[in-house]
Design a protein around this ligand. Structure first.
Ligand SMILES: NC(=O)c1ccc[n+]([C@@H]2O[C@H](COP(=O)([O-])OP(=O)(O)OC[C@H]3O[C@@H](n4cnc5c(N)ncnc54)[C@H](O)[C@@H]3O)[C@@H](O)[C@H]2O)c1
Ligand SMILES: [Fe+2]
Length: 434
């Protein structure tokens, strides 16, 4: 039996991985093609999802014009909440259900695309809200059939939501974020236009850029697919672990991040850096969509769900948030030190691609080298200093642990055992880095 280079078969482990790549068009001006693709997908009456800021910007006008110019009826929904909650998903679902749409188009960041996915899901396959939500916070029922066609147009260089089957929200009654994960949620087509990034404010470029970095790093250092138990049915979870296909996408995304994230944050006029970040975002989206993230994301869902007062610059000030990418990266150095012993080589490779000098480094130093390099990038882009920098103290460690522990889908994808005691220790290490 032949195994892929760099991987080893393990008794009872999987011997194959799946590639579920996305359909997309990438490049400057591609939003003007929205009408053609909507018609090809049989859309007639379209719900156009966006948010209040984007509703005033060019990408939404371009897409609406393209759709109307192609003879489609368009109704705009701009009420998306930034960092959505179950309440805002429900409000969007009502709009989608009452509007009797036969197609969905989203123009925005992950908040908009995820809201559109959820609205499409519940309008197409009505159910009690918790039905499709990941267990154990929800029932984790499978999505019973295909959704209506959805064209996603990302305007941040971040989440990769345009190519994933995931929708993330803050589950208010549980005080943590969670999601809905199904291949059926993945948009039918993505139009990825790097020109959208030119209007992004600095903090949004930094937060969404660190989301990309984490998607790539967590997937590349996840449990290898060969070490996940093989299912008798042949069905694989979306978080199937690191594999040769996701590795390719993640390594290139890390290389781009190491080279361009600081430039892209510093200078909105640096078109080369901003374009590269958009490409890395979609690439890492395909990578982690086929591998799965792990410890920092599981921790981030607790950080995002338990925020009290923090209001970052460049984001709407109407409610306290820790933007997703920021919630992830404040945990990443602690997690890197924790997972490095499972595969020092991969952690050193990631550090090198992010710009660290790893010449002659001992395997035992891999975690420190990677964590230090991430911290350098965080400081250069004015990210907060750990979870202490977004308002958490030692008194919150128990609540943070309890918010992260139910993220079973993510924790099972970590390269080593992570239970409540490890999570509490990780949050303690993440309180302050410098
Ligand atoms: N579905 C997935 O696979 C996935 C993966 C990671 C994160 N997420 C989720 O995505 C959300 C975060 O999304 P995000 O980081 O893309 O940001 P976002 O959608 O929350 O937007 C952040 C801010 O940037 C503004 N903005 C967006 N595009 C702009 C542009 N081109 N010009 C000017 N302003 C612009 C928005 O109006 C908003 O104020 C979180 O809820 C997170 O949990 C989803
Ligand atoms: Fe993410």
């Amino acid at each position: 039996m032949l195994c892929c280079e760099g991987y080893e078969f393990v008794a009872g482990g999987d011997t194959a991985f799946e590639v579920d790549a996305a359909r997309l068009a990438y490049g400057s001006g591609v939003l003007r093609e929205a009408g053609t693709h909507a018609n090809d997908l049989g859309m007639r009456r379209v719900a156009l999802f966006t948010d209040k800021t984007l509703a005033r910007l060019e990408p939404v006008a371009t897409v609406a014009q393209a759709l109307r110019g192609a003879g489609l009826e368009v109704v705009v929904y701009a009420e998306t909440q930034i960092e959505p909650s179950d309440a805002s998903f429900r409000a969007a679902t009502e709009f989608a259900r009452d509007g009797r749409f036969d197609g969905f188009v989203s123009v925005g960041g992950g908040s908009v695309i995820d809201t559109c996915k959820a609205a499409n899901l519940y309008a197409t396959h009505p159910a009690e809200f918790s039905a499709y939500v990941n267990a154990p916070l929800g029932l984790g029922n499978p999505v019973p059939g295909p959704l209506r066609p959805h064209i996603a147009c990302p305007t941040t260089s971040g989440t990769g939501s345009e190519v994933t089957g995931i929708a993330i929200f803050d589950f208010l009654e549980h005080g943590t974020k969670t999601g809905i994960a199904s291949k059926r949620l993945r948009p039918t087509f993505a139009l990825v236009d790097p020109d959208c990034t030119l209007t992004l404010p600095k903090t949004v470029v930094a937060c969404s850029g660190f989301d990309v970095l984490s998607h790539a790093l967590e997937s590349y250092t996840a449990l290898p697919y060969t070490r996940r138990k093989r299912s008798e049915t042949g069905r694989r979870p979306m978080s199937q672990g690191a594999n040769p296909f996701s590795d390719l996408a993640c390594l290139e995304a890390l290389r781009i991040l190491g080279r361009y994230i600081v430039r892209a944050v510093d200078d909105a006029g640096d078109g080369e850096a901003r374009e590269r970040m958009m490409f890395a975002a979609t690439l890492a989206g395909i990578g982690f969509g086929n591998a799965g993230v792990q410890v920092p994301h599981a921790m981030a869902y607790a950080v995002g769900g338990l925020v009290r007062e923090y209001r970052p610059p460049d984001y709407p000030q109407d409610h306290a948030i820790v933007p997703h990418g920021m919630a992830v990266i404040v945990n990443a150095p602690a997690a890197a030190r924790f997972t490095a012993p499972t595969n020092p080589e991969r952690h050193l490779k990631a550090a090198e691609l992010l710009g660290a000098n790893v010449g002659g480094a001992a395997p035992a130093d891999a975690g420190d080298i990677l964590a230090t390099r991430i911290q350098v990038l965080m400081r250069a882009t004015k990210m907060p200093n750990g979870i202490g920098g977004v308002g958490f103290t030692r008194d919150d460690l128990g609540a943070l642990r309890d918010g992260a522990a139910p993220q079973k889908r993510l924790l099972a994808n970590a390269p080593c055992e992570v239970g409540p005691p490890e999570l509490e220790r990780l949050f303690s290490d993440a309180l302050r880095y410098w």
